[in-house]
Design a protein around this ligand. Sequence first.
Ligand code: SF4
Ligand code: SF4
Length: 374
Amino acid sequence: MIYRKFGTTGKEISSLGFGCMRLPEYEKDGQWFVDEEKAIPMIHHAYQNGVNYFDTAPYYLHSNSEEVVGKAVKSFRDKVMLSTKLPLDGIKAPEDYRKMLEKSLKKMDTEYIDFYHFWGINKGVFDDKIMGLGLLKEALKAKEEGLIRHISFSFHDKAEHIKYIIDTAEVMETMLVQYNLLDRSNEEMIEYAASKGLGVVIMGPVGGGRLAAPSDLYAKLTGKESIATYELAFKFVLGNPGVSCALSGMGSMDMVEKNLLITSNENPMSEEEWKQLGTAVDQLKKFSDLYCTGCDYCQPCPKEIKIPRIFNMFTYHNVYGLTDHAKHELNRYLEDGGKTIKDCSDCGRCEKKCPQKLEIRKQLKRVEEVLTSI
Ligand code: SF4
Ligand code: SF4
C-alpha cells in the first residue's frame, strides 16, 4: 500500500480508502441487515493489506453501516482512521450537533471519530446551518474534548463554493469531493484545498461505474500499451498531487482485491503523465452529457421508476458502445414490469435530491427514446 500525507493533519493515509456504503446486505421479513459474514472479512482483508481509512455515514446500508464498521475494526481501532458524517437535514439547533455525534459514537462503539464530516454540504446549507447555527463552535468543542480528531466536510455543489467554504470556515482540515477522469470540475479547488493544508479524499474515482468497463482508452490517449480503464481511472485520481486518498465503495471481496492490487502499484502515475492525460481526456467530455453517479439519492421514486438503473443502461450504449447489452438490460427491466417515464407523476422529488443536478425527467424521456429506437 502506498501512503500519502493527509494535508496538515499529521496523519499518513492509505491511497485506497474503504467506502462502507456498498457492503453486502440481505433482507429478512422486510428488514435489512448487513451480511456480516461477508462484510467483516472484506474490511479485515483491506486492513491487513494496508488500508487505514474507513468511511461510513449514519444512513448508509439502511442505517446499519456505522455499527458494522465499528464492530469490524474493534480489535485494531487505534491503527485505523474512522470517518463518518453529520446529516444536516435534522439539525435545527446547535445542541443537535452533539446529539448526532453521540449517536454515531454509540453506534460505532468508539470513543472518538477521526474525521467528522459536515455531510454533503452546499453553500446554502453552509451559510444557514453551519454558520447560522454556530456549528463550527460545536465542532471545535467536540475536538477539544477528544470526541472528534479532525473537522471535515463533504461537498456537492458548484466548485467555486469550495473556496468560499474553506476561506470562511478556517477550521476545516479535510474535504471529501467527487473527482474522476470524466468529471474534473473540482480539479482547481482540489489544488486550492491542498495549498491551504487540507487533506483531500476523492469519492467516485471510477465515475459511478462508467469507467469500470474495459476499453482501450489509455492506449488511445497516450499511445502506450493499454491498461484497464478501471485501473486508469484510479491512477488518474491518485496522479493528482493534491489528492491524498481515493475512496471506493466496495461491495465484494473481489472488488477489495482488485482495488488493493491497483493502489499497491509501486509505479503510480507521475505528475507529468497526469497532466498529459488530463489534456487528452478533455476529448472525453462528450461522455459526460449524462453524469449519473448511481448514488441512489433520487430513490425511492413514488412511481417506482428505477432512475439510476435506466441511466446506467444508457451509459453502456452512449459511453462504451455496448448497445446490445444496453438493449438487453432495458428489455429485461420492462419484462420484469419496470416503470418508465410514462408512469412519472411529475412530482419533481427526484430532481430536488440529485447531487448532480440532473434534469431527470427530461433525461429519462431522452434515454428511453434513444434506447428503444436503436
Ligand atoms: S418526478 Fe417522476 S421520476 Fe421523479 S420522483 Fe417524481 S414520479 Fe419519480
Ligand atoms: S440522484 Fe442523480 S446522480 Fe444519483 S442516482 Fe439519481 S439521477 Fe443518478
